[in-house]
Design a protein around this ligand. Structure first.
Ligand SMILES: *Cc1c(COP(=O)(O)O)cnc(C)c1O
Length: 441
């Protein structure tokens, strides 16, 4: 507890705004003292944090490198070009836009480019692992477009390609979306490509969750199969909070969604760039784009490949330990950083499990399981991910300890003695694996 003193790093903040400084310190302590098992979270490197907290936050740079609406952009041009070049190398693609403020805005810009209002999109059901931006009614994607959803097979928990094929033939989507937020298995891009070809749809991969694994080559790459790929940069990729859009190959817009007024058929890259800015965004977050460049470089190092391998190996070993304790994993395990656990046989809701575990210093989220009978606010499951604890350096040995800690809380969700005992053990484990050495001086 006492370890996370951050006096050196935030001296100005401490002097100028004690109130906010104290909140920051509490958050730093929380991140140090809890086991972060939320599958979409990670700890960005100190260098990434430095860039995110830099003077690049001061610069207005609407437009793109070499063609900005403002003067004084020579240095931010350089850093944006660097981010783009590094992302191209990292993912092996021809086009990258590093400006989206988030994964959701990356998806919004793609839809704005490829779709007209009320066009049909087909994505994975939110309750089966999909994302809000893949067609949920509470999101723009389900409100501006005619959204349909495919599901997983009831027995295997994996994408049901047979029913997906029939559905695609029936509704003829303009875009088919693959990739999800709570799907523990590899996304089989080639199967999606076949279906997209069959019905003449664009294929979009949203690798928000897996992009770090894809970059490291421990999950198949969508580049060979998809027309357009979006991602966040802050999940397994371990960069600053933000989004990116990629295309394996640029191509001409000949489908007529946007008529070539100039008499010249535009490249899709031009349309995507205009969709991001001015389509859905104004000034880019240059400090975040700079930090994306930093994170992409980190992801190009061999040590990042090892990190990504460790994420998956930790997930597999945590999954195995939980299975041995009679937990039901959707699909029976994981190929990735994430696992989805159906708690029905443990007689506890996802909501209650999340709450009791949080009291014990273990953070994860309640999650619908496929064909869940409970509401999204209660749920029958939890989602667990290993990216953040792997960044702390935890390995297979710690995974079996963590499975035990989780199990004790889930079996005694209202027992304060058990919860305090587990919390103490969580703190000891966290102390052995500090998050930021830089903040513990
Ligand atoms: C997290 C996520 C997003 C959205 O990212 P935000 O940065 O939170 O907007 C989009 N798609 C998928 C599949 C995700 O998991």
């Amino acid at each position: 507890m006492s370890k996370s003193s951050s006096s050196d790093n935030f001296s100005h903040l401490k002097r100028n705004d004690r109130e906010v400084y104290n909140i920051l310190k509490k958050e730093l302590n929380r991140e140090h003292n809890t086991l972060e098992l939320i599958a979409s979270e990670n700890f960005a490197s100190y260098a990434t944090l430095e860039m995110t907290g830099s003077v690049l936050t001061n610069k207005y740079a609407e437009g793109y490198p070499g063609a900005r609406y403002y003067g004084g952009c020579e240095h931010v041009d350089e850093v944006e070009n660097l981010a783009i070049e590094r992302a191209k190398e990292l993912f092996g693609c021809e086009y990258v836009n590093v400006q989206p403020h988030s994964g959701s805005q990356a998806n919004m810009a793609v839809f704005l480019t490829f779709l007209n209002q009320n066009d049909t999109i087909l994505g994975m059901d939110l309750a089966h692992g999909g994302h809000l931006t893949h067609g949920s009614k509470v999101n723009f994607s389900g409100q501006l477009y005619n959204a349909a959803a495919y599901q997983v097979d009831k027995d295997t928990g994996r994408v049901d390609f047979k029913s997906l094929k029939n559905m695609a033939r029936e509704i003829k989507p303009k875009i088919l979306i693959c990739g999800a937020s709570a799907y523990p298995r590899e996304v089989e891009f080639s199967n999606f490509r076949e279906i997209a070809n069959d019905v003449g749809a664009f294929l979009m991969a949203d690798i928000a969750h897996t992009s770090g694994l894809v970059a490291a080559g421990v999950h198949p790459s969508p580049m060979q199969y998809c027309d357009v790929v979006t991602s966040t940069t802050h999940k397994t990729l371990r960069g600053p909070r933000g989004g990116i859009i990629m295309m394996p190959k640029d191509f001409e817009n000949t489908w007529g969604a946007i008529a070539p007024k100039s008499g010249r058929i535009k490249m899709v890259s031009e349309l995507l760039n205009s969709s991001v800015m001015p389509g859905v965004q104004g000034g880019p977050l240059m400090h975040v784009i700079g930090a994306k460049a930093v994170a992409f470089k980190e992801a190009l190092y061999p040590s990042f490949k090892q990190y990504a391998k460790n994420i998956v190996s930790n997930a597999k070993s945590l999954a195995q330990s939980l299975i041995e304790k009679d937990y039901n994993l959707v699909t029976g395990g994981t190929d990735t950083h994430v696992m989805l656990i159906d708690l029905t046989n443990k007689d506890i809701s996802g909501k209650q499990a999340e709450k009791s575990l949080e009291q014990a210093g273990i953070n994860l989220n309640k999650n619908m399981v496929p064909f869940d009978k409970r509401s999204p606010f209660v749920t029958s499951g939890i989602r667990i991910g290993t990216p953040a604890i792997t960044t702390r350096g935890m390995g297979n040995q710690e995974m079996s300890i963590i499975a035990d800690l989780i199990d004790r809380v889930i079996n005694n969700p209202d027992d304060n003695k058990v919860i305090s005992k587990v919390k103490k053990e969580v703190n000891d484990l966290c102390d052995a694996f500090p998050v930021y050495d830089e903040f513990h001086n």
